[in-house]
Each structure stands twice: as C-alpha cells, then as structure tokens.
Write a protein that binds this ligand. Sequence first.
Ligand code: GUN
Ligand code: ZN
Length: 443
Amino acid sequence: MTRWLVRGGLVATCDDQHTTFEGDVAVEDGALVALGPGAADALTPPYRVLDARGCAVLPGFVQGHIHLVQTLFRGMAEGVPLLEWLRRYIWPLEAAHDEASLRASAELGLCELVRSGTTTLLDMGTTHGHDAVFEACLASGARVFGGKAMMDAGRGVPKGLRETTAESLRESARLADAWQGREGRIGYAYCPRFILSCSEKLLRAVAEAAPARGALVHTHAAEHASERAAVRAIYGASDVEVLARFGLKGPHVVLAHGVQLTPGEMTRAAKAGTRVVHCPNSNLKLGSGVASVRELGERGVHVGLGADGAPCNNNLDAFHEMRSAGLVAGIRSGPGSLDARAVLHLATLGGARALGLASKIGSLEPGKRADLVVVALDDVHAAPALDPLVAVVFACQSRDVRHVMADGRLLVRDGEPLDFDAPRIAARAREEARRVGLRAGVL
Ligand code: GUN
Ligand code: ZN
C-alpha cells in the first residue's frame, strides 16, 4: 500500500464552497484520507512526500468530450465547415485506421492529457478496433469512460465505417462486457455518433441497452446550425428533441456541445437531468458559436468541459479549454459571467457531476479517490498569483503541471510522465499519421 503526503501547497479543494487553504493532502490506498495542516498525522509512516510548495493542489481535471482516435489527425483538416470536415477528412481518416494507428493515436492523446493534468475523460472512439484504445487507456493510469462510435446510417459515411444496426449493438455490448469496471478506472459509454449517422432503430436500442448495463450514453448534439437543420429536414424537430423522443435523455446521457440549445431545450434538459459538455475551442474552430454555459448552470444542468478531438482544436490541454471557456462566456453572457471559480468548477466537480462520478472524484475531500494535479504558480507568466485560482485558470499553462496523481498512483513527477515514453510516442505518431493519412488519401 502506497501512502503519500502532498506537502505545503495551496490546496484548492474545488468543493461547492470553493474551500481553499495552505496545507497538506494525505493519500492512502488510492483515497484522500485527510486534508489540512495536520494531514500527516492521519498517515502511519513510512510515506512518500510530494513537494507542493509554491504550487496549487487541485483535483485532476475532468474532460467530458475527447476523441483519442483523432489525435493523429491533428492539423490534417483545417478550415472547412463541420459536415464537410467530417465527410472529406475525419471519416475517411477514421476508416483508414488499423490497430497500430489506433494505438498510436490513443497513446499520443493520453500522454498529452495526463501530462497536462487531465485524470478523467469521456472518449468517443471510431466504429472498429476499440479494444486497442481501451488497452492504451488502461495502461495510461487515467480514469477513462468511452466506447466505440456507432454509425449505421447517414450520407457520406464511408464503407469502412458503416455498420449494420445489429453489428453496432453487438460490438458495443461485447466491449461493455469486456471493459466495464476494469481496475475501477474504465467505464463503458454507448456512443451513437450523432443523429445524422444513426438510424432511429439504433438510437432506440441504445436507449434500452445502456441503462441495462449501467453504461453512459455519449453523443454530439446541438453542435452546429447546419447539423441541426439537416436533422430538422429529416425528423421535423431539433436534434435534442429527436434524441429525447427516442429515449435518449436523463442523467446517464452526456451531450457534447449544446451550442444551439434554445431556452426551452435547456429547461427540458435540466428537468430530465441530461448532461452537457462545453467544448469552447472546438466550437470556435468549427464556427459553431458559443454555448450558453452560464444559463445552463442557472437552470441546474450539470456541465463539464472538453477539448473534443485534436483536429477540431489542435490541442487537448485543459488549461487552454479553461481559459477559452472563461473568455468566450464574456461574449455570450457578458464579461465576468464565468469567473475563474466557475470555470474551475466546469473542469473539476462540474465535469465529475456531468459524468455521474461526483461521489468519487471532482473535488479534494476525504473519502474521494486521490486524483489530483499540482500546478506551479511561481513562473513569470503566472506571478504574482495574488488570486491563485485566477492564475490557474487564466495565466497558467500545461508546462506548469508539476505532479499528477490518479487513483493514488503517481503518473507525472516534476513534469515528466512516468509511464509514457513521450519522445517514442511522438515519433510513432508521426509515422502512423503519415501511414493513415496516405491510406485515407488525405495526404
Ligand atoms: N459530430 C459527429 N462526429 C463528430 C466529430 O468527430 N467531431 C465533431 N466535432 N463533431 C462531430
Ligand atoms: Zn466530438
């Protein structure tokens, strides 16, 4: 059993009261056992010490919408609108993935995420080969919820991605049985990609299958006006209304984006308990607009934060996402409408609530799992850090991440990932990205 004392930091618990104090955090058997100046007394020696002086100690960041399989496509699909971007670049690239490229893509994304302080993510895969992604997730030490993308319909879906309804459901069930609950860190999410790539039959079947297996449902919705219009042309209703009509609403349903949600849809989402993940940089890059995060929160919707995939962001860094969330909220809802504490909530406890994990993670409180990140506040771009939480959200960068722990296991020490060979991962990513890009006809 490993015991840790995280010593001498500014501990931002990110609980509902935003409790912050100078002191220590004691970890035993993967759990937080005591916090405060006398936390060491809770530990029976020997224990290991992590130096957090001059640093903020925060819950590990939660990212509620990621595509690990797209990390290799970073920079390959620039400057086109959403549906063309998917049909011309992303889907052919995903169809060209083989096991080696899927593994390289997942490892690249996980290395970037963990090194920048993300300890929990909700990931949407592609239609095939998802065991390789889960294997990389398990090895990373991170807490990962995710599943294969489901695509049994739609215009422009290449042959290499198109599945029958039965195949899609069968493979999702197999993956859920194989991976749900592994090492207490892996969870399954049924991932019907979005309405435009799924039949009514598939969506209705997912609405039955996911709760029966204790799985989440993760899909894209209200991302862009073009996608909303295409759904309305087919069903005569908005995408979130159609999802709800087919049974896809409630606390286990996590919608990525929600940019176009109307006030009525926000109220209905709140009533149903449906969750939303805000992806500000992806929304800016694809010209989707700005989600009404403050208004969602005011109605009681649990909202998290996510980078989305590397090709619609170019980065998976939670610091970039936090900064953008705070800045774009000023455009949508007025300056200061999401202050540093509100943004930090999205990236921690809010994200944990969105994924149904708040009893385990999302804040630093005794009894929760030991997922934490230690962020240096003393570099010139963050000093003087008189309000340390403003510094973390608006001034700090991923290179300020000193230590990262998930489930009591140290993943990053002094800025260096312990379980990833970062130069090897980057080199393999370059090789596999070229291969998959050539196979797809994109390079
Ligand atoms: N909608 C359906 N698939 C995708 C995807 O891969 N990325 C984004 N941003 N939106 C989507
Ligand atoms: Zn996405």
